[in-house]
Ligand binder design. Structure first.
Ligand code: ADP
Ligand code: MG
Length: 465
């Protein structure tokens, strides 16, 4: 067993969801498919142009700072980080060096060092004979959050990053989709706060966990062989499932940071920070806790709901309708239909929650029907499918369609008829052959075209045999 304690610090970038870019009025549209459409002389870095900071982007970072209980610095400024790369035509990135917008803060017990604002670069596409640059992303506002090296395992890192992603979504400041590159994680990994290795090109939560697990093991093995860990940047190879050396400390950049002369230092006093703080939405951790208590859910169930704001809202709307109908109703049935059957339909058809036709109120009605044993779970499945297709209320579907209520009178009539038509099976049952009852139930179910609950049929048979 290893005696080393992994010590991990994160640098997480997130593209902010503003209408326009960080320093110009070109559109910030991550879904634009044609290259070099949302560009202008400012984000193309033409000489003689002047950047103007996007107030909404600054406000977004302030909101994040408030959500993480950081200090919103009164005085802040932008600096130039100098380096050349084909996706950065200016040969400098506007970032923040010694005066970030946010200092300090905490999330999941991990200390936040800072949250600052910078601009994204363009994107490169590599062909066989040439590489092409798309500047649609150049100048898009990018938030960077840096933690202290307080994380201890790959699992902790993934949980931290997932919660941060949710917070950004709850705040409405970023979609933070890792697969789309809207959120990017760099992990600095060391053992016992020794020499750190920086991990890059991690494109999913799974890759974050895998890369860190691999890297801690690689370092442990090096140390146990009496070797040293070298300070370097390593990439994650998704195919080989290994980290590989990209750049050693000796080749590390000197970015020659200096204050951007085109952007004067600014003060956050122009924002009503107390108001922003007061208007923060309920955050993921608090929502999970409340859902758990309020609806008697397990931690996993509450987490699943809180994992998507739209889903949590739909569920709560449905529950409040359910309780309006049946004040003491249990929410378990509703939760199950919502998370299994309804989600199954959404996955099958690819229709997102924001576009489904089912009203929360109708889903509540369905749960009432199931709980009141008015319909079987088989019927509920069919009804839900119809609700999904038509947007109709379950009662209307039952009235109009073939799916009938379990009318006890109709069931009894069928049961009596089946008893009369099958004297041999009835005799066997009376002699103690229980399988005969199953046979009779099957017959009745067939006559009712599957519209009755098996347990109800069994009960009616037992009464009448
Ligand atoms: P640098 O000066 O090398 O850029 P910083 O102090 O700015 O280092 O920290 C960058 C990131 O590296 C932070 O996320 C920080 O938590 C992390 N970090 C710093 N020292 C270590 C260490 N010994 N092990 C793991 N992570 C570290
Ligand atoms: Mg640093």
């Amino acid at each position: 067993m290893s005696t080393y304690q992994p010590t991990i610090g994160l640098e997480i970038h997130a593209e902010l969801k503003t209408r326009t870019k960080m320093f110009c009025d070109s559109l910030n549209d991550p879904d634009e498919r044609h290259p070099n459409v949302n560009v202008c002389p400012v984000c193309l870095g033409h000489p003689g142009t002047l950047p103007v900071a996007n107030k909404n982007a600054v406000e977004a970072v302030i909101k994040v700072g408030c959500a993480l209980q950081g200090t919103i610095n009164k005085e802040s400024k932008f600096d130039r980080k100098n380096y050349f790369y084909p996706d950065l035509v200016k040969a400098y990135q506007i970032s923040q060096y010694d005066k970030p917008i946010v200092s300090g803060g905490t999330l999941r017990g991990v200390r936040i060092m800072r949250v600052h604002l910078e601009e994204d670069t363009g994107t490169l596409g590599h062909g066989d004979h040439a590489s092409l640059v798309d500047f649609n992303r150049a100048g898009v506002p990018l938030m960077e959050l840096v933690t202290e090296p307080d994380l201890r395992s790959a699992e902790e890192v993934a949980a931290f990053a997932r919660e941060l992603q949710l917070i950004l979504r709850y705040l409405g400041v970023s979609d933070a989709n890792m697969e789309k590159g809207e959120m990017r994680i760099e992990a600095n990994v060391s053992l016992d706060m020794g020499t750190k290795v920086e991990l890059k090109n991690i494109n999913s939560f799974k890759a974050v966990e895998d890369a860190i697990a691999y890297e801690t093991k690689r370092q442990e093995e090096a140390l146990s062989r009496g070797e040293k860990v070298h300070q370097e940047t390593r990439g994650w190879d998704e195919v080989k499932r290994k980290t590989f050396s990209q750049r050693s400390k000796e080749e590390a950049h000197d970015y020659r940071y200096f204050p951007d002369p085109d952007l004067p230092p600014f003060t956050t006093d122009v924002f009503d920070i107390e108001k922003l703080r007061a208007e923060l939405p309920e955050l993921p951790a608090a929502k999970t806790e409340r859902l758990k208590k309020e609806y008697a859910l397990t931690a996993a169930q509450a987490e699943l709901l809180a994992g998507d704001l739209a889903i949590a809202e739909f569920f709560e709307d449905a529950v409040s309708e359910l309780r309006a109908d049946t004040p003491n109703a249990k929410t378990a049935t509703l939760y199950n239909y919502f998370t299994s059957d309804l989600r199954g339909l959404m996955n099958e058809t690819g229709v997102p929650l924001s576009e489904i036709k089912i009203d929360p109120e109708h889903l509540a009605h369905l749960a009432v029907l199931v709980d009141g044993a008015k319909i079987t779970s088989r019927q509920a499945k069919d009804i839900l499918k119809k609700m999904f297709e038509t947007g109709l209320d379950p009662e209307d579907i039952i009235k109009n369609g073939k799916i009938g209520l379990s009318d006890i009178g109709e069931i009894k009539a069928v049961v009596l008829a089946i008893i009369e038509q099958n004297p041999a099976a009835v005799a066997d049952y009376k002699k103690g052959k229980t399988a005969s009852l199953q046979f009779l139930i099957g017959r009745a179910m067939g006559a009712l075209q599957g519209r009755a609950r098996p347990d109800m049929l069994k009960e009616v048979f037992e009464k009448n045999l």
